[in-house]
Design a protein around this ligand. Structure first.
Ligand code: ADP
Length: 587
């Protein structure tokens, strides 16, 4: 925390730069309002002096009482009307700053590789940043503008007061110092509070998602589990409330101490003015103008110190955000798509998830030649999906090599050259066409290409049955589309994989949601669907992978057997045993 405080000036300068970069014109306009505000405050003091003069020394006054009063009214009205204008301008600027911060955050999450993304530290930090840092830029924008406006006001009003009595200025300024110290204290308690509650907020958000989002609605109702989940939600609310009460009490104490400081300074300054009049150092008109100036200066100082406080309070959160957006690895270069002419070969590949003792994939040799259909079978947790992610370039092997046509390609090139459809593929709440073409942003597919992918994957009848064909919106999450059955969605995902048109396709349980007839058709006809592309098929249903050119049997991360279906049956090993068990279950 001390580190964050030490870095304050740098962070505040960085925050100012962010605001400027987010919207230059908006910043300039906001600056002009600040200038107008300070000028109007000066106008009030000057018009006040003229009014007092006209009242007290009608003979010598520069202006008559009526014009002086008119001037005072105008200046006061102007100074009052700037604030709502500023508020609206800050709204605009705040939105732009928040958009810029979001963009930086999304840049960071976009370039984080899958291993980083899946690590628990990443998710927690991201959550904390979303909770805190993303609402801060608006506060920082307002604080920065308040700071500049406040400084301008303080300088001009101080200049006026120096003309009357120089001593008044340091009295008022000194009162601000405790306010700054108190702000630093507030900032520390606020950051510690946010840190302490991040886990609570994550859990509470998760429960809110469970309780409100569509994918969970059916199971929650079937199990009648909303009640127990609400109970957990209530307990979390209670804990948040009790922590928040403590924090609010601390902040109220700080606010009270600040108010006492300001009141004391104001009293001291006004007493000083009375004393000056008593001693005959200033006349009554000057005293009146000085009282107005003191009142306005105190207001400006309040703004100034509140702004500094706001900036100090936001500094640790900004540091958190800054650390996060600069911590990630640099953006990987764009991958180059390669054709597959020879094959993909894994040689003694191992991979361990961070924090895990046992490798999920252990010294695996595997080969997929161009045009081949290769199957990975094995029980749950045997490492099939992890291996598929290595083949697809989503994870790099920790040990061993991954060769593409004989060369060890960088992961981005592998990713660009392989297509993967996961078991829990995404159901984009977009049009059917978008659901297909999203797999390849490098080309604007022609309607024929999209239709061809849909036809091969069997998604075409679905398209035909939809009111707007390929333009029909899919999914009900956004309340605007039609929902598909699990099997239909799976066909759409397959169409997506074919549209991308790479030499190797990895399909993780591609028939999990299909009915037995559709599954049978898919696997017996998989080669014509693939149109010559090589495929790595993952399945725990052994019957569906019989036709593969080669079958790898995984167990606890290792390849225990490999061969064609007939070879593996003849071998009478693990495959033969599991195959027999599954067939027996069907008979
Ligand atoms: P399969 O696809 O055969 O069911 P997986 O490749 O998903 O197997 O998992 C292999 C092993 O790795 C399992 O023990 C699983 O718990 C572990 N594992 C999978 N994903 C992760 C992850 N993101 N972090 C840590 N361990 C994981």
């Amino acid at each position: 925390m001390a580190k964050a405080s030490a870095a304050n000036p740098r962070l505040i300068a960085a925050a100012a730069r962010e605001v400027w970069r987010a919207d230059r014109l908006g910043t300039v306009i906001a600056g002009i309002y600040q200038l107008l505000g300070a000028t109007a405050a000066l106008g009030v003091v000057a018009a006040g002096k003229l009014t007092f003069d006209a009242l007290l020394q009608p003979g010598q006054a520069a202006l008559g009482l009526t014009p002086a009063l008119l001037l005072l009214a105008t200046a006061t009205a102007l100074s009052g009307s700037i604030s709502p204008l500023q508020t609206q301008q800050h709204r605009l600027l705040g939105e732009r700053v928040s958009q810029r911060v979001w963009d930086r955050l999304l840049d960071t999450t976009e370039r984080a590789d899958l291993v980083t993304y899946e690590s628990s530290g990443f998710a927690t930090t991201l959550e904390r940043i979303q909770q805190n840092a993303l609402t801060r830029p608006f506060a920082v924008t307002a604080a920065l503008l308040g700071l500049s406006g406040g400084m301008l006001g303080v300088v001009t009003l101080s200049a006026v007061l120096v003309g009357v009595e120089p001593l008044l200025v340091p009295v008022l300024l000194a009162a601000g110092l405790p306010a700054v110290a108190l702000s630093r204290w507030a900032s520390r308690t606020e950051f510690a509070f946010a840190h302490r509650l991040t886990a609570h907020f994550r859990r509470r958000n998760y429960l809110r998602q469970l309780l409100t989002q569509r994918p969970y609605a059916a199971e929650l109702r079937a199990f009648d589990s909303a009640g127990p989940l609400r109970e957990r939600h209530r307990l979390l609310n209670d804990e948040v409330n009790s922590a928040l009460r403590g924090q609010v009490r601390r902040r109220q104490l700080i606010a009270a101490l600040t108010t006492i400081g300001v009141a004391a300074a104001l009293t001291a300054a006004l007493l000083a003015i009375v004393e000056l009049v008593r001693r005959g150092r200033i006349d009554l008109a000057e005293a009146g103008a000085a009282a107005i100036a003191v009142r306005l200066l105190s207001g400006q100082l309040n703004t100034l110190f509140a702004s500094i406080g706001g900036l100090l309070e936001s500094a640790p959160f900004l540091a958190d955000l800054e650390r996060f957006v600069t911590s990630g690895p640099p953006a990987p270069p764009k991958g180059r798509k390669r054709a597959l002419t020879g094959g993909v070969v894994l040689d003694s590949v191992s991979f361990r998830y961070p924090g895990q003792e046992r490798p999920a994939v252990d010294s695996v040799d595997l080969e997929v030649r161009a045009g081949e259909v290769v199957a990975l079978v094995g029980e749950n947790g045997s490492g099939k999906t992890t291996l598929a992610k290595i083949v697809a370039g989503l994870y790099d092997p920790e040990g061993g090599t991954r060769r593409w046509d004989g060369a060890e390609l960088p992961a981005p090139d592998v990713r660009a050259s392989v297509t993967v459809i996961f078991q829990d593929f995404v159901r984009y709440q977009m049009s059917l066409r978008d659901n297909i073409v999203i797999s390849d942003g490098t080309r604007a597919g022609t309607p024929e290409e999209v239709a061809e992918a849909a036809r091969r994957s069997g998604a075409h009848p679905t398209a035909g049955g939809l009111s707007d064909g390929l333009d029909t919106m899919l999914g009900r999450d956004l309340d605007e589309g039609v929902d598909l059955s699990g099997g239909q969605w799976q066909r759409v995902a397959l169409a997506r994989s074919l549209y991308r048109d790479t030499g190797l396709v990895v399909l993780d349980e591609p028939a999990a949601a299909l009915d037995p007839r559709a599954e049978h058709e898919l696997f017996t006809d998989v080669r014509s669907m693939l149109g010559g592309r090589a495929a790595l098929l993952i399945s725990h249903r052994f019957s569906s992978t019989r036709m593969a050119d080669r079958i790898y049997v995984l167990d606890a991360g290792r390849v225990v057997e490999c061969g064609t279906h007939d070879e593996l049956i003849a071998r009478a090993g693990q495959y033969a045993e599991l195959y027999r068990l599954q067939s027996a279950a069907y008979r």
